[in-house]
Design a protein around this ligand. Structure first.
Ligand SMILES: Cc1ncc(COP(=O)(O)O)c(C=O)c1O
Length: 390
């Protein structure tokens, strides 16, 4: 049985699902502000800088709001850095597993921090970065992770991300401004502390010559049961012990539980076999719209799902046999035209959609659950599909 994720409906029970096109991603500004306020409290109490990880959420229409609270963006390459520069304010910190020569100059011109993944890349590009006044960093693999799924665990022996701590002695520390490590995925406080305990004896002595320390993303800070007080004490402590400016770069935590994906039932039927459950086809595709459902994999929580009722397998309109979102309970059988909504669909969704099989992309809307104002900020058409092909 797959784990169900995204169980907190926040204010989405109040949203009239028929007031929007289908399919449609809807972001609740109020929920987003709630998360931003938590992050702001951490910032203010600890003097930590918090960057928005664009890989998780790049909805630039909300950049002015996000920029009001956070200190900038973390990008993973040229396109995200350009998006950060164009729409967000604040600092831009770029880490890429490898920079291409022909892109590096532009990346370094846009970015404030440039973080390298290997000694090769550091040696190749560091002087260009320095000339462009970048603060230069290296990513370190702490070789400690409490993430069980290797796909989401960047801190193990087979990871291609980051140099090992015993390679730090081979770096010209005169040219190094900061150290970055990222080892968490949807985690609470203790794994961060445990990771730090593994590497602190190496990092603290080095930190005297450093300017900043970036603790990556994966901190589930805005989750209801996250121990924010422990994080605050920890951040104050390492800031004191290292003398460095501390950075966090959460993605998911910024928009956690602040978006849904609305869809419509297109058909519902039951094969003539006692063993077969009901099938519902929707205009939401797992493979095109919410690929993490298949990649992670997980079962997204459905708004207002009852505990008892008919078992219905919900799947998408593509021809992929595995384009299945999950099995859900329905009190009455879903009717054609009925609206449904999957919870917690803001992060790693819009940034990952694709046009496989010509399936239409969901529109994007911003809703304010406080005022009930809705703005549809993006719709996609046939031309968008055609423009990606040749
Ligand atoms: C280097 C780095 N920073 C930040 C993030 C953001 O992580 P999350 O969205 O889990 O907070 C990631 C995610 O993979 C990452 O690889």
């Amino acid at each position: 049985m797959l784990q169900t994720l995204g169980g907190n409906p926040r204010n989405f029970k109040k949203l009239d699902l028929h007031s929007l096109p289908s399919p449609c991603f809807v972001i609740d500004k109020k929920a987003l502000k709630h998360n931003l306020e938590i992050l702001q409290k951490v910032k203010h109490e600890t003097n930590t800088k918090v960057l928005m990880a664009l890989k998780a959420f790049s909805t630039f229409s909300l950049a002015p709001l996000i920029s009001n609270y956070l200190d900038g963006c973390c990008s993973s390459g040229l396109f995200e850095a350009k998006l950060a520069k164009k729409y967000f304010t604040g600092e831009i910190s770029t880490f890429s597993p490898a920079y291409k020569k022909e892109e590096f100059h532009e990346i370094a011109t846009i970015s404030d921090h440039v973080i390298f993944n290997s000694l090769n890349q550091f040696n190749l590009f560091c002087d260009i970065s320095k000339k462009l006044k970048n603060k230069v960093g290296i990513r370190v693999n702490p070789l400690y992770s409490e993430v069980n799924d290797l796909k989401y665990s960047p801190a193990n022996l087979r990871s291609r991300l980051g140099i090992h701590t015993n390679d730090l002695k081979n770096i010209n520390t005169d040219k190094l401004d900061g150290i970055h490590f990222h080892s968490l995925c949807e985690q609470k406080f203790d794994p961060l502390k445990n990771t730090w305990d593994e590497i602190k004896d190496i990092i603290i002595p080095l930190s005297k010559n450093l300017n900043w320390l970036n603790l990556g993303g994966g901190h589930h800070i805005t989750r209801q049961d996250y121990e924010t007080d422990k994080l605050i004490d920890f951040l104050k402590d390492i800031s004191y012990k290292t003398g460095c400016q501390i950075y966090l770069e959460p993605g998911e935590a910024v928009v956690l539980d602040s978006g849904v994906l609305i869809g419509e039932i297109i058909d519902c039927f039951k094969p003539n076999n006692p063993l077969s459950p009901y099938m519902a086809i929707t205009d939401i595709s797992a493979t095109c719209h919410i690929p993490d459902v298949l990649e992670a994999p997980y079962r997204p929580a459905l708004l207002n799902e009852p505990n008892i009722g008919y078992d219905v397998i919900i799947g998408g309109p593509s021809c992929l046999a595995g384009d299945v979102i999950g099995q859900y309970k329905f009190e009455t059988l879903p009717k054609v035209g009925e609206r449904i909504a999957f919870l917690d669909q803001a992060h790693y969704t819009m940034v990952k959609t694709n046009f496989f099989n010509g399936v239409k992309l969901p529109s994007i809307a911003i809703w304010d659950s406080e005022t009930n104002d809705i703005e549809i900020i993006k719709t996609f058409s046939y031309d968008d599909f055609e423009n990606r092909l040749s």
